[in-house]
Design a protein around this ligand. Structure first.
Ligand SMILES: [Zn+2]
Length: 255
């Protein structure tokens, strides 16, 4: 049977039978790959221990009739700092869950892979109070790659550029702000204040590393507002349910 090498990010692991598992991966070409890890849930399995979510791995697979099988796996990056921290692993779970739902089998989007790696690195090393802003940055970039870049500087209904401070309606269906004239025509709308709109636009233009840096000032209220908007926007356009995103609560919510 033909064997081939694959470098990929581990997104998810599902039990299969007594000791096997199906692993969902994002390949370095940005394709969604599902492969079987035989015996990887047996205690002491070398391959199994390396195929945990958030890990970047180099693998050797052989092609099967339906699913390919993972024969060998070497860890490239483990992200221990994410694994050992509840808030970071909750944020990283949103990243891998969204990547799993946005990536397609057989159709590569290499930018999605690059964004995934940059987002996990930033989540591992950023100050904890930056996690929500990192997720907003990740979501707005991922949605843009998916063909849904939010329209923030003009009206998404009529393309006019006369947005005023009072225009705070964002159409989920049209994917952008609405001017006063267009507002009554759309019903699937969410509120977005001018400050949160500016912040969302800023985060879109920043790298994940820049968002992680605490030298840049970001108002947590506007970060939260833009996070809620992106949560609703993703939910509107991605048919599959993204549980980690639905249940995400930022670290300070617990206090
Ligand atoms: Zn308009």
């Amino acid at each position: 049977m033909p064997r081939y090498p694959l470098r990929a990010l581990v997104l998810r692991k599902t039990k299969l039978g007594e000791t096997d598992a199906i692993v969902a991966l994002l390949s370095s070409e940005g394709k969604n790959v599902r492969a079987v890890g035989k015996g990887m849930r047996k205690p002491g399995s070398k391959v199994g221990g390396r195929l945990e979510p958030f890990c970047l791995v180099d693998m050797l697979l052989y092609s099967g009739r339906s699913l390919d099988t993972i024969v060998e796996a070497e860890t490239v990056e483990v992200h221990r700092g994410i694994r050992s921290d509840y808030d970071r692993s909750t944020a990283a779970a949103v990243v891998v869950d969204v990547l799993d739902k946005l990536s397609v089998e057989g159709l590569g989007e290499p930018r999605l892979y690059g964004l995934g790696l940059a987002s996990l690195a930033a989540i591992e090393h950023a100050p904890a109070e930056r996690l929500e802003a990192l997720l907003v940055g990740f979501l707005v970039k991922a949605m843009a790659m998916h063909g849904h870049r939010p329209v923030l500087g003009s009206c998404a209904g009529c393309a006019c550029d006369t947005l005023h401070a009072a225009d705070q309606r964002f159409s989920l269906a049209e994917g952008g702000m609405l001017c006063r004239a267009c507002k009554p025509r759309f019903h699937d709308t969410a509120v977005l204040s001018p400050e949160a709109r500016l912040l969302l636009d800023r985060l879109f233009g920043m790298t994940m590393q820049q968002i992680a840096s605490d030298t840049v000032e970001l108002d947590p209220r506007h970060v939260s507002e833009s996070f809620k908007l992106m949560q609703a926007f993703v939910k509107y356009h991605v048919p599959a349910r993204i549980k980690a995103l639905d249940f995400y609560a930022r670290p300070t919510d617990a206090f």
